[in-house]
Design a protein. Structure first.
Length: 623
């Protein structure tokens, strides 16, 4: 499958991310290499999808890999004596691998096997304990220096969806250490950041880890220099004379907790809706029966998998547009293709041999473009059908009402209660209830108890665990009657101009178009920082005091370097806890108006539904 997928040309973006991809491939090749003995490579499905961006031609291209198998596949597919497992440093994945080892031993006890575990990140004590508890086999463990995986020319991910659950509930902050390590790897490849800002407690932890790692690295280099009398390659690389590429200018670390509202809100851009309504993971969409219109649901449809990224020029144009602005762009492309064919048909009688030959050469490309255009039109029609339903529109209106200072909160909670009585999908109900909580600084105690009681009766007692988790993450909390910050969200929304009731989705004036009326807090913070010379303290009002978590700004003294006349600076915006496609679209839109190229990095790329699913440890089935 991977061999047929067309991924983004990473060397053609604002930063040559092909170097990052190559670094990952080389690290895995080194860790995996050794002798010529054939090996079976076994890994979780999540890592398989991520690594298609590192090995576009498939993992079988890794040296002596004879078999590449996912953890859930048939054990009979594994014949090699040497079995290499590849995993993220995630406790659940390590447990699954340990269980798999035991099952493999029991399935074929006559075969002598050696087990190796390659960990794409920092091996932790919690992972070691999980392995010891589940497996009695001798396992050779090795860490692999793999950080952010480039999904596109401006989008990076760690693929760590359960960041908030691990940090706030499980007490495991290893993902933050891995995030700092990934940022340090970016600096090694592209140069040190001249300016670092962070806001939020998790972001602060990442920054402090980064500073500690940098100091350790510098101390080691100084010792090596004293011993040998020769500057290390890393030290020479930091010299302006050595650095051939422009360095990263700014790093902004943002805690997801700053803006839960965007993560829970319904997005209205093309790419964000695809992620909400289709199986869309790591920039690869899977189309099957779900992509068909309601009248065709009875038909059997073959599943199709293909990437959507900057390699497709049409998708690149429409991915960040509001849904209502997409059709005119697709119509223009369809008309352009038709006009090109009509022009040749009318002039074919007088065309020269060279002109005919040139047209024939362009036919395969035109056919490919037509096929892609047809897919995009089909997806657009499906999205329009879904967003035109009364259920979708009612949900969107309810979300907008939650953000309106003048709306009656009792009526909103009554509407959520009605959805419970109608036994609407649990995630939909919880998503709305959490959105109310984060936009109203909590839910009044008596209302929260009443709604929890209805939820438990309707969906099961397992929800009691979910309520506890949501509270610890800060998504569903009881309103503090003694608090003086009752209208935090409204005050921040007013100060930053987040709400636009008359948003122009065809020609937007602000980032509110991504949801049809609400601009993400995170995006507005970045917009203020993009202004020349802006710092945290230059933000309007008392915004930073109202938003949760610590903040700081670090400016490093850099040697003077010659500025090119039209040289754009590079800003890396790193979301700790996940970034939404709505925020990605808003940041891409913003970058058009400022002298910055923006690279978006995150622990994961999320949707409203996946965000809640990843936060909740136990969620009862509602089907």
């Amino acid at each position: 499958m991977a061999a047929s997928l067309a991924f983004a040309a990473l060397d053609q973006g604002p930063v040559p991310l092909e170097r990052l991809r190559e670094a990952h491939a080389q690290a895995l090749q080194r860790a995996h290499g050794g002798d010529d003995e054939p090996v079976a490579l076994v890994l979780p499905h999540r890592l398989t999808t991520l690594l298609t961006h590192v090995f576009p031609q498939g993992l079988a291209t890794l040296g002596n890999v004879a078999e590449c198998v996912e953890l859930t596949e048939d054990l009979a597919k594994i014949h090699c004596h040497r079995v290499v497992y590849l995993s993220l440093p995630v406790v659940d994945d390590v447990r699954s691998i340990a269980t798999h080892m035991g099952l493999l031993r029991a399935f074929d006890p006559s075969t002598e096997r050696t087990f190796h575990l390659l960990v794409a990140g920092k091996w932790t004590a919690m992972c070691a304990e999980a392995l010891e508890c589940q497996s009695h086999d001798t396992v050779h463990i090795q860490e692999v220096a793999m950080g952010f995986i480039p999904l596109d020319q401006d989008l990076l991910t760690l693929g760590r969806e359960r960041c908030l659950l691990d940090c706030h509930v499980n007490g495991d902050r290893s993902v933050l250490v891995d995030c700092a390590q990934a940022i340090q790897q970016l600096q090694r490849l592209y140069g040190r950041f001249e300016n670092i800002k962070y806001k939020g407690d998790l972001a602060a932890f990442v920054c402090h880890q980064l500073m500690e790692r940098e100091q350790q690295e510098e101390d080691e280099e100084e010792k090596m220099e004293e011993m040998t009398g020769v500057a290390s390659p890393e030290r020479r690389r930091k010299s302006p004379r050595y650095r051939k590429r422009r360095p990263m200018h700014s790093l902004v670390l943002l805690d997801r907790r700053l803006d839960y509202a965007t993560a829970l809100s319904t997005p209205l851009t093309m790419e964000a809706l695809l992620a909400e309504l289709f199986e869309f993971l790591d920039g690869v969409v899977t189309l099957g029966s779900t992509s068909m219109s309601p009248g065709e649901q009875g038909e059997t449809v073959e599943e199709t998998v293909f990437p959507l990224n900057t390699s497709d020029t049409v998708f690149r144009q429409i991915r960040g547009l509001h849904l209502h602005a997409v059709a005119p762009v697709l119509n223009a492309h369809a008309s352009g293709m038709k006009d090109a064919f009509d022009r040749f048909r009318t002039t074919s009688a007088t065309a020269t041999t060279a002109e005919i030959h040139e047209f024939v050469k362009s036919v395969p490309q035109m056919q490919s473009q037509q096929k892609t255009l047809e897919r995009l039109v089909t997806m657009l029609e499906t999205l329009e059908t879904n967003t035109a339903t009364s259920a979708f529109r009612d949900t969107w209106r309810l979300e907008r009402a939650m953000m309106d200072r003048d709306a009656d909160s009792s009526e909103i909670l009554d509407s959520i209660e009605e959805l419970i009585f109608q036994h609407e999908p649990l995630l939909k109900v919880l998503r709305l209830l959490c959105l109310f909580s984060v936009t109203h600084n909590g839910v009044p105690r008596h209302e929260l108890l009443r709604l929890k009681m209805h939820l438990v009766r309707a969906y099961g007692h397992e929800l009691i665990f979910s309520f506890s988790t949501l509270a610890r993450v800060g998504l569903l909390v009881e309103k503090d009657s003694n608090s003086h910050d009752e209208h935090v969200f409204e005050d921040v929304a007013e100060a930053l101009g987040l709400l636009d009731v008359d948003v122009n989705v065809q020609n937007p004036r602000g980032a509110a178009f991504v949801t049809g009326g609400y601009a993400p807090i995170t995006t507005r913070l970045i917009e203020e920082l993009l202004k020349d010379g802006s710092t945290w303290e230059s933000l309007p009002g008392q915004i930073l005091h109202k938003l949760p978590g610590r903040r700081a700004e670090i400016t490093r003294v850099q040697a003077q370097r010659k500025k090119e006349k039209h040289d754009k600076r590079v800003m890396v915006v790193c979301f700790v806890g996940g970034v939404t496609y709505a925020e990605v679209a808003a940041l891409r839109w913003l970058a058009q108006f400022y002298p910055y190229d923006i690279i978006i990095a995150s622990t994961s790329v999320i949707t409203g539904q996946s965000f809640l699913q990843d936060v909740l440890e136990r969620l009862p089935s509602t089907t």
